[in-house]
Design a protein. Structure first.
Length: 200
């Protein structure tokens, strides 16, 4: 009736191994979960360039805010609330507010055939918030340059027609958006309007 003493220590050793492996697995799972939460929070707090893009301004009944001196000379830039994936997003003009920005100085250039010159004043429209207007002001020099290059390529006979003027509007809109995309990462100009035009 003797007891086998070799199985009891082996059972204790086996239990210790299982216990150590279980603790190690729990520690690894906890560390993995902690790292996941940490890096998830870190990536969520990182700013992406898209976060700084202009947003669409929903149409509403906004009254102009008087300036500090009591005059309504310049309304503050609009703040948008609707994010879009890019500036080529189709905008429903009935849903969003439009802002016009007049380029201060007219553009004067010789025409393509060298027979005369063209002088125009333009205004830009956008459905996006004040960031687009600020981008236009910041990039005034390259915008002015590209507008003059587009104007210098125009045929005076074509500009005398309505279709020619509409084609010029599209060319200027595309050229200005290209400059803004290159320099600011976002275009946002909906259309170019002529405020004056002299062809001689």
């Amino acid at each position: 009736m003797s007891k086998d003493t070799t199985t009891e220590p082996e059972k204790k050793g086996g239990l210790k191994k299982i216990l150590l492996i279980s603790v190690a697995v729990i520690v690894l799972i906890g560390a993995g979960a902690g790292a996941g939460v940490y890096f998830g929070a870190l990536s969520a707090s990182e700013k992406r360039p898209e976060d700084n893009f202009p947003k669409l301004v929903v149409r509403g009944k906004e009254a102009p805010v008087p300036a500090a001196n009591g005059k309504e000379d310049e309304t503050p830039p609009k703040v948008g609330t609707v994010s879009v994936p890019n500036d080529q997003f189709k905008v429903d003009p009935r849903k969003y507010e439009i802002t016009y920005y007049a380029i201060p100085d007219p553009f004067t250039t010789n025409l393509a055939d060298g027979s005369g010159f063209l002088q125009i004043g333009i205004s830009l429209s956008t459905f996006y918030d004040g960031k687009v207007i600020n981008n236009i002001k910041r990039q005034a020099v390259p915008i002015r340059s590209v507008v003059l290059m587009v104007l210098a390529e125009q045929d005076p006979a074509l500009l005398s027609t309505s279709q020619g003027k509409q084609q010029l509007q599209r060319q200027l809109t595309n050229a200005i958006n290209d400059v803004l995309r290159e320099k600011e990462g976002f275009g946002g100009i909906d259309n170019v309007y002529f405020t004056s035009m002299v062809i001689q």
